[in-house]
Design a binder for this molecule. Structure first.
Ligand code: 13P
Length: 335
């Protein structure tokens, strides 16, 4: 493992005023989003959509890294250029989602455990050969009665740590993504308690597996009341609860935290990120940025709607979200 390479990549991903673009939806998830908009669920439609994203003019001014999917990392633009090369030419670091999804956790109804460790070392070596310099693995935890269980927290944290260690051995920066799902009637306080608990377990496992904290990024969910909770909180309350949780559980040696959006509206996710910056500027040990999927490019997907004639409008929609999120993290940009 070359720690200098890992820390250099981590810092490049955290370049001031930039965030990450998560465009790593699995085929199933991408198809479901296409189906909702009446877009054909074909390889070509998925390729065309990802081409639209990676060829957006000026994307590299606000995006440091883009997370690709196995299908996408091998694809090319209509002009025959690999997406990976297109990103590199725009100054964007290519990354890759390497988990294989989260089936049911046996014995714990309603819970999931992320899979993909078998053969992961060889897959990471292949992805590194294809140009990836970082990777992502998502664990999902559900809040409910007696949920998440110790079993789900432990199994998912262990897998995240094993994945992260394998990434670092392969020279890739691991993005460690424990997502506490927004779905449910739980309160903000419950989400805060669960998120803190999960993060403590994740960092304990990372330590046990010998992961170098300086060469990784954390991708957490924000601390929010569940989407079915009658008592929704103010932007400032969400920002304060999220930062308090992170300060308790994320070691200062971690260079950066890059949030997922997790089903918040694009505007909401941006507002929460902006409030964290406004309220805690200069007082946090790690960089705080975005690694949004839906909150960055769902408006672009809707503007595109599968029509070649809408590509420019879709790219404008993407750039508008990028600019808003750059402004949220303190970049001087016109929004
Ligand atoms: P969302 O921002 O849409 O939650 O996606 C981020 C991500 O990478 C999920 O794994």
């Amino acid at each position: 493992m070359n720690i200098n390479t890992l820390t250099a990549t981590a810092h490049a991903l955290l370049a001031p005023g930039k965030g990450l673009l998560a465009m790593d939806e699995s085929t199933g998830t991408c198809n479901a989003r296409f189906a909702a908009l009446g877009i054909p669920q074909t390889v070509e439609a998925r390729r065309a959509y990802r081409e639209l994203l990676v060829t957006t003019p000026g994307l590299g001014e606000g995006i440091s890294g883009a997370i690709l999917f196995d299908e996408t990392i091998r694809q090319r633009t209509a002009a025959g250029v690999l997406f990976v090369e297109t990103l590199q030419q725009a100054g964007i670091i290519p990354g890759i989602k390497v988990d294989l999804g989260a089936p049911a956790l046996a014995g714990f109804s309603g819970e999931q455990v992320t899979e993909g460790l078998d053969g992961l070392g060889a897959r990471l070596a292949e992805y590194a050969g294809l140009g990836a310099r970082f990777a992502k693995w998502r664990a999902v935890l559900t809040i409910g009665h007696d949920r998440p269980s110790r079993a789900a927290i432990g199994a998912n944290a262990h897998a995240l740590a094993r994945y992260a260690a394998l990434c670092q051995a392969a020279g890739l920066v691991p993005i460690v993504e424990p997502e506490v799902l927004l779905t449910g009637p739980h309160s903000l306080a419950q989400c805060a308690a669960v998120t803190e608990d999960v993060l403590h377990e994740v960092f304990a496992q990372l330590r046990t597996q010998g992961v170098v904290l300086e060469g990784m990024l954390l991708k957490p969910s924000m601390v929010l009341a569940g989407d079915a909770c009658p008592k929704q909180l103010t932007t400032a309350q969400v920002a304060d609860a999220t930062v308090a949780c992170l300060l308790r559980a994320v070691p200062a040696a971690v260079p950066g935290v890059a949030f997922l959006s997790g089903g918040q509206s694009p505007e909401q996710a941006t507002r929460h990120l902006a409030a964290m910056h406004e309220r805690f500027a200069g007082r946090l040990p790690w960089a705080l940025t975005f690694s949004f999927g839906r909150a960055l490019h769902q408006p672009a997907l809707e503007a595109w709607a599968g029509q070649a004639a809408n590509v420019a409008a879709a790219q404008r929609a993407l750039l508008e979200r990028v600019a808003s999120n750059r402004a949220a993290i303190g970049a001087a940009v016109a929004v």
